[in-house]
Design a protein around this ligand. Structure first.
Ligand code: SR1
Ligand code: MG
Length: 429
């Protein structure tokens, strides 16, 4: 297939990498020594791109190059190279307010559609840690900070309208990656679509039932409408547990190539929804029932802390670092006006909460019935056990999407997750 690539673009091979990087002082200084001594390895197991790790005597870097097609599917699914540009723009915007929670970018090459960035070591992908049952004591604190800082600062509360509109104009062009989300997250699980798959035959009846579940389908379309129309802030756009790298002490959000101006709840929901997937997959990873009870509790505590800290920090920024053209604290200066301001903040945060639950439910559903699944579930070898976990996850996802507004707070959602975990997993959603 002929792809739309700029003159000069070529997909780099391991053997090309050292020569390419030796011409970039910011990178070669970081690696140290001679380029002949640098060790290069391709490690990409993601859905979209090639990832190389390069290590020299002084340090390491990661080189991430976009291909003109979707790696997961192959050359039959063309995908624009400019996703590397959007990732660069998003990482540098995020770094202005949350530098401790993103990888530093050392070099961006628009022609080759690649970014060279910090090699996060000894970090691992959060999803893999959750499957192994590793506790990350600072995860909630760090991710709440990352989301509050990045989402507040790019919202109409955190920056003037003119600045926001200029940046929106840039990210509006991330059409194709948004389209992937629009189809795969909000539509395909609720219709017959190429690439949809599920644990079969265990979930065959469920997949059919989901396609005729009017309230669930309607909720998916309501959230799709929000995704298409609510340009609240520059969102990461793919903030699942595979886009977060962790150690016990450090947390970094990677891979914001899906970034655009969209609904804040999409990021918060991606994280919360993927943590619920981790929670409900634990019974597929225990050698004996109950072995991971303590770990399940930790995941729920983390979900509670993610929302609670995000809510606190977003409000604190609103009160102390407001720089936007709406809801200026000074407009509500006197006593009675302050009550209205507090009311407005409560209403705004409540909307974000319900949105986050709904988007989280969409993300959970697509990982069980759609094209791209998650290792939390896929690594459960016994299909009956996997289907039981997936059925519980679908049940919670539906509740989060259809009945999100009925939850008083995040503890109530955790209670619903506990109930689902303890129910027998009938093979129907
Ligand atoms: C077809 S690409 C599948 C998924 O991989 C990315 O991580 C996004 O979540 C996308 O939807
Ligand atoms: Mg990714």
């Amino acid at each position: 297939m002929a792809f739309d690539v700029p003159p000069g673009y070529r997909a780099l091979k391991e053997a090309d990498i050292s020569a390419y990087l030796s011409g970039i002082p910011a990178v070669s200084e970081r690696l140290g020594g001679k380029s002949a001594d640098w060790k290069v390895r391709e490690v990409g197991d993601g859905n979209l791109n090639f990832i190389f790790i390069i290590e020299g005597p002084a340090g390491g870097v990661v080189l991430k190059q976009a291909l003109p097609y979707l790696r997961l599917v192959g050359e039959s699914w063309p995908l624009p190279l400019r996703r590397a540009f959007f990732e660069y723009q998003a990482l540098t915007t995020e770094a202005k307010v949350a530098p401790r929670h993103v990888p530093k970018v050392y070099h961006f090459d628009e022609i080759l559609a690649l970014n060279v960035m910090a090699y996060l070591h000894p970090h691992i992908i959060l999803r893999k840690g959750l499957i192994r049952g590793i506790v990350y004591p600072k995860l909630a604190d760090h991710m709440a900070t990352f989301m509050a800082e990045t989402l507040f600062s790019t919202s109409d509360l955190g920056q003037p309208a003119a600045a926001k509109k200029k940046q929106m104009a840039t990210f509006c062009d991330n059409i194709e990656l948004c389209r992937i989300t629009e189809d795969l997250v909000f539509t395909d699980p609720w219709r017959v679509a190429d690439g949809n798959r599920w644990t079969s035959p265990q979930l065959d009846a469920t997949a059919v039932a989901v396609r005729t579940d009017g309230p669930w389908k309607r909720a998916a379309q309501e959230f799709k409408l929000k995704f298409l129309g609510e340009a609240q802030a520059l969102i990461h756009g793919d903030l699942h547990s595979g886009s977060i790298m962790v150690t016990e002490d450090d947390t970094r959000a990677i891979d914001p190539e899906f970034a655009f101006y969209g609904p804040i709840g999409y990021d918060v929901g991606a994280l919360i929804g993927n943590l619920y997937l981790a929670y409900l997959s634990q019974s597929g990873h225990e050698a004996k029932p109950g072995e991971r009870d303590g770990y399940r509790d930790w995941i729920l505590q983390t979900i509670e802390a993610v929302w609670t800290l995000f809510d606190q920090r977003f409000r604190a920024l609103w009160n102390k670092a407001h720089a936007g053209d709406t809801f200026m604290p000074a407009l509500f200066a006197t006593g009675p006006e302050q009550a209205a301001f507090t009311f407005a903040q409560d209403a705004y945060m409540r909307r974000l909460f319900v949105d986050s639950l709904g988007f989280g439910g969409c993300k959970m559903t697509r990982r069980i019935l759609g094209l791209a699944h998650v290792e939390d579930m896929e690594s459960i070898a016994d299909p009956d056990r996997r289907a039981a976990c997936e059925t519980r996850a679908l049940r919670l996802a539906r509740t989060m999407m259809v009945e999100g507004a009925s939850f008083a707070d995040i503890q109530a959602v955790n209670d619903a997750a506990r109930v689902v975990q303890h129910e027998a997993a009938k093979v129907s959603a």
